[in-house]
Write a protein that binds this ligand. Structure first.
Ligand code: UDX
Length: 437
């Protein structure tokens, strides 16, 4: 199958590379020439485990190419995946201008009957709108079909998820187009769920909204656990053993971030609102998440009092481990709040530090390593559960810090270990450790 993928962002690139890996001929199109030049050399602009290896392999085996030349990019494509961004607008709704501009390009450059697949997360009804735009410009010269095929990949394990995901959702109006998408995806060996276009669009939003709800729910339970001396880890485990609840996404912390949950939850509230439905539950989920991000700073202020002139170390800046993505990371608002309170903030993240430097408040200083960051610090805030953090020697923390006080937003350490190391340790939803064993 000859496939073109438009947009080489996170979704488009992973999709294009993985489709080539299962044997399709894939051309990835991006208007950014500089990016295309580096992609051609097998260099990925995003940090995603396993992606570059597959890029290099499939470029060498002539199944994968990159171009910024639209004529060449669309030429001969039987199926065109649209995977451009749908950023959040000021009112929370999704900005569809990139998707619509690609729709116009598609209409201009296709030279045969085509199936258009929308991978980007788009509000319900967008697939039909895109089809209408293309059809109005193609004027019956070619037959154009549209299929909604949302992605459910997690950053940091996107390649693995593509080959081992739980389901592939295909939404279509015409049976023949649905069948083509089914055959394209068959080699992944993942259950395929077929439905109508609007339901497919909704599945993506509803799934992300539900996962975000699970996180805000467990975060509130954690906050209550702190007040009643219960331990959220055991509460989560005990809940998760019920198959109807499930063990995943019950880790309490400082709230969700990233490119999907914050944007998609707000967009779904907007979609509901536009249809005169007040999605109260999801609005609360968003509010709870925002409050949760400030929790560590509140605890820190309660313990240290005025933060002015205090040196506060931050471990981890990315919105989660194994990614360099800083989008909507809790570290953004936390570091800003600390700077506003007059603290000297010194941060370290093994991968996201480059991106962090571009967006965090300029007052934030950066260390060369986790150890370096805590030297002489008055307190440490853990914001991302990198493996290196979880395995860090607590005795060393005790020696390096001016006062060994940790506020852990990701529950990285065992309470007994903190006690043994004589560290003052405040985590989420677990009893504080304030004295040595
Ligand atoms: C998410 C969805 O999982 C994926 O299906 C969708 O396509 C895109 O959005 P991603 O943003 O990569 O993927 O990250 P994910 O691993 O889901 O984590 C999202 C956020 O939730 C992170 O900030 C993470 O720290 C937080 N989280 C996750 C929790 O706080 N607790 C949990 O139990 C799980």
């Amino acid at each position: 199958m000859k496939i073109s993928v438009v947009g080489t962002g996170y979704v488009g690139l992973v999709t294009g590379v993985c489709l080539s890996e299962i044997g399709h001929n894939v051309t990835c199109i991006d208007i950014n020439e500089e990016k295309v030049t580096s992609l051609k050399k097998g260099k990925s602009p995003i940090y995603e485990p396993g992606l570059e290896e597959l890029m290099v392999k499939n470029i060498e085996e002539n199944r994968l190419e990159f171009t910024s030349d639209l004529v060449k990019g669309y030429s001969g494509a039987e199926v065109i995946y649209i995977a451009v961004g749908t950023p959040q607008m000021e009112d929370g709704s999704a900005d569809l201008s990139y998707v619509e501009s690609v729709a116009k390009d598609v209409a201009t450059y296709i030279k045969n009957d085509s199936i258009i697949v929308i991978k980007s997360t788009v509000p319900v009804g967008t697939n039909e709108r895109v089809l209408a735009i293309i059809q109005s410009l193609v004027k019956g010269k070619y037959k154009v079909n549209i299929v909604s095929n949302p992605e459910f990949l997690r950053e940091g394990s996107a390649v693995k998820d593509t080959f081992h995901g739980d389901r592939i959702v295909i939404g279509y109006a015409e049976e023949s187009a649905g069948r083509v998408l089914e055959s394209i995806n068959k080699p992944f060996g993942i259950p395929i769920f077929k439905t109508d276009i609007r339901s497919a669009e909704m599945i993506k939003y509803a799934s992300n909204a539900f996962l975000a709800t699970k996180i805000s729910f467990i975060n509130e339970i954690a906050n209550i656990c702190e007040k009643i001396d219960a331990n959220i880890e055991d509460v989560s485990k005990g809940m998760g053993l019920d198959k109807r609840i499930g063990e995943h996404f019950l880790n309490a912390g400082i709230g969700y971030g990233g490119s999907c949950f914050p944007k998609d939850t707000k967009a779904l509230v907007q979609i509901a609102g536009q249809n005169l439905y007040d999605f109260e539950l999801l609005s609360s989920v968003i509010r709870v998440n925002s409050n949760q991000q400030y929790l560590l700073v509140e605890k820190l202020k309660q313990r240290l009092g005025n933060l002015s002139g205090k040196t506060i170390a931050l471990w981890g800046l990315a919105f989660k481990p194994n990614t360099d993505d800083m989008r909507e990371a809790p570290s953004i608002v936390i570091s800003q709040r600390l700077v506003d309170e007059g603290a000297n903030v010194i941060a370290y993240d093994p991968i996201a530090i480059g991106n962090a430097k571009k967006i965090l408040n300029k007052e934030v200083a950066y260390a060369e390593s986790f150890s370096d960051a805590i030297k002489g610090a008055d307190a440490l805030l853990i914001l991302t559960e990198w493996n290196e953090v979880k395995t860090f020697n607590l005795e060393e923390i005790n020696q390096l810090m001016k006062t060994p006080i940790i506020f852990d937003g990701r529950n990285c350490f065992d309470l007994k270990d903190a006690m043994k190391a004589n560290i003052e340790y405040y985590s989420i939803g677990r009893p504080p450790v304030t004295h040595a064993e």
